[in-house]
Write a protein that binds this ligand. Structure first.
Ligand SMILES: Nc1ncnc2c1ncn2[C@@H]1O[C@H](COP(=O)(O)OP(=O)(O)OP(=O)(O)O)[C@@H](O)[C@H]1O
Ligand SMILES: [Mg+2]
Length: 254
């Protein structure tokens, strides 16, 4: 049996990471026989709404609670702490049809509670082990994911719009991921979003040394869903965004 495959989505702010992550969750959850965990690692959140799921509490809420107890001297025993975190994290999972969602919440505040942070990462790792595929909607770079969510990811999907700025951030993310052996990602590719013509894709492809996994056009359906606050899970498969995102998701269904 294959182990858990971890996929992280990174890219400049506002380029469509959350939208594409939601579409990927939709396709992977629809493909039967796979347990999917979506992790919202973006402090500004948005993935839960995009997936139409409510969040009871975040990993950050659990972390703050435990640190409060440690400060008051109520919690010192490591085994007890592990037991509590294990339970709390499981309880924080929002179960939905075909997938579960874990929200990381805000980044850690100043002051080192390294022990708690590393315990949390260990437990997230254990929790993820119960799923076939983990999709992480990240922040701009791989470093935050490394620090706050997972020590390593298997697959990195860099998302960019067609702007020079977005593409430049994509290059930087790829360079950092290549340098950082600890990330250990086996595959890495670029998804171009809000594309208006295939010429744009060709032009970017000829100027970048990252494999292009596919593109999503500037899409009226996504705009409408966004306008109405509807979760992207019900985007029609026949729409351009639905079809092209399904092609990208298929790469991860092998
Ligand atoms: N292909 C598309 N066509 C039309 N609108 C899109 C498309 N992709 C994303 N959008 C819209 O662009 C906005 C930003 O998208 P999204 O929230 O997915 O980006 P993000 O990279 O997650 O942003 P952030 O960095 O703030 O988390 C949203 O309003 C979304 O509906
Ligand atoms: Mg987002």
């Amino acid at each position: 049996m294959r182990g858990t495959e971890t996929i992280a989505l990174c890219g400049k702010g506002g380029v469509g990471k959350t939208s594409i992550c939601s579409l990927m969750v939709k396709h992977l959850a629809e493909a039967k026989g796979r347990k999917i965990l979506a992790i919202d690692a973006d402090p500004a959140s948005g993935l839960a709404a995009s997936l139409g799921v409510g969040v009871k509490k975040s990993v950050d809420d659990i972390r703050k609670d435990l640190i409060g107890k440690i400060k008051k001297g109520e919690e010192t025993d490591l085994t007890e702490m592990l037991h509590m975190l294990d339970y709390e994290l499981f309880d924080a999972l929002s179960e939905s049809e075909g997938f579960a969602l874990l929200s990381i919440g805000r980044p850690e505040d100043e002051g080192c509670f390294c022990r708690v942070n590393s315990l949390l990462k260990d437990i997230i790792h254990d929790l993820a082990g119960g799923f076939d595929c983990v999709l992480i909607d990240g922040e701009a770079g791989i470093e935050q994911i490394n620090r706050r969510v997972m020590k390593s990811v298997d697959h990195l999907i860099i998302v960019s719009d067609t702007s020079a700025k977005g593409v430049s951030v994509a290059r930087t993310i790829a360079a950092v991921a290549r340098e950082n052996q600890a990330v250990g990602c086996r595959t890495m590719g670029l998804v171009l979003n809000r594309v208006r013509s295939e010429d744009e894709v060709r032009s970017i492809a000829s100027n970048i040394d990252i494999e292009i996994y596919g593109y999503i056009p500037e899409d009226e359906v996504i705009r409408q869903y966004d306008f109405q606050g509807r979760p992207l899970l019900t985007v029609p498969d026949g729409s351009a965004a639905g079809r092209l995102s399904a092609d990208i998701a298929k790469r991860f269904m092998k």
